[in-house]
Design a protein around this ligand. Structure first.
Ligand code: SF4
Ligand code: SF4
Length: 300
């Protein structure tokens, strides 16, 4: 029997919201899950409650401000011991753009156990429903003493997939030239680079990304793009799997053999529109050999 049918047949699952100092973006999206029939949590056999003492599932928004922390922990202590906690939005999961703020004491799992993360800034109502569904799966599995088997992203497509909206970032290593502009503009600190023996690895953390799209806007080659994929709910235990990775491989400089990241065709097109054979020759050279070839400056 489907989870929602079981829950509907029995007592409804009670959802309790805690705002730990959010901008209210996630709270507005949560309001949609009680005010708009298409996204109503009742379809999962749930309803909202005003009492922490009867909470089956906690939905926590915000980066956990220092000012709200004690009150949040007091409320949490009032909830039943078998409640599940869902971190709603990127703020409680990683801090998002507030992660280094003096006014924030997150992320949430520093203070209390979190079962499900629904990342996004804010997550769409469809993602919230999926996150609550994941929490219900964990709840059912715990009661039966088994491990939940759901893998994020393995659900059937629905009409909700067609909504145009910002979602998961996608990275194409073949187009990347390692300029690191993306990391420079990312206020959420979601992009990291790591130099290895074979090349440079870019890691994009979905649990930190706020979908602002700045990296995609400023990337000169189109290596990063914003997709409409909103399916980012996952068990908190899987948080470190929520990444997009790619390695930009080194090649030897055609002049001196030094390991370099060659210019991608997309970069040459953006810079010169109609690259000619002379420009093409420069693309596989290191900066010193390029300088020598183009203006005749001898290598140091
Ligand atoms: S090419 Fe794009 S993805 Fe690669 S480092 Fe530069 S901005 Fe980042
Ligand atoms: S969209 Fe790009 S710049 Fe914006 S938070 Fe995500 S990774 Fe950072």
């Amino acid at each position: 029997m489907a989870i929602q049918e079981q829950e509907t047949a029995a007592e409804p699952v009670r959802l309790f919201r805690i705002n730990t100092g959010s901008c209210n973006g996630c709270d507005v999206e949560l309001a949609v899950t009680s005010a708009v029939a298409e996204f109503d949590v009742e379809q999962l056999g749930c309803r909202y409650t005003e009492s922490a003492r009867e909470a089956d599932v906690l939905l926590v928004t915000g980066p956990l401000t220092v000012k709200a922390r004690d009150e949040v922990l007091r409320l949490y202590a009032e909830t039943p011991r078998d409640r599940l906690t869902v971190a709603v939005g990127v703020c409680p999961v990683s801090g998002g753009v507030f992660r280094d703020s003096y006014a924030v004491d997150g992320p949430l799992d520093r203070h209390l156990p979190v079962d499900v993360n629904v990342t996004g800034c804010p997550p769409r109502p469809q993602a919230l429903l999926e996150g609550i569904r994941t929490a219900l799966e964990i709840r059912k599995a715990r009661r039966e003493g088994v491990e939940p088997i759901h893998e994020p992203g393995d659900r059937k497509p629905s009409h909700a997939d067609n909504f145009p909206a910002r979602g998961r970032l996608s990275f194409d290593a073949a187009a990347c030239v390692d300029c690191r502009m993306c990391r420079h503009v990312c206020a959420a600190g979601a992009i990291r680079f790591e130099a290895g023996k074979q090349g440079v690895r870019l890691t994009l953390w979905h649990n930190s990304c706020v979908f602002c799209g700045l990296c995609s806007h400023y990337c000169p080659t189109g290596a990063l793009s914003v997709t409409g994929d909103w399916r980012l709910d996952h068990r908190a235990a899987d948080a470190f799997r929520q990444v997009d990775r790619g390695e930009v491989l080194y090649e030897p400089c055609a002049g001196c053999g030094e390991a370099i990241i060659p210019a991608a065709p997309q970069l040459l097109h953006a810079a010169f529109r109609r690259p000619n054979p002379e420009i093409e020759k420069l693309k596989n050279l290191c900066p010193a050999c390029r300088q020598q070839m183009s203006i005749g400056v001898p290598r140091r």
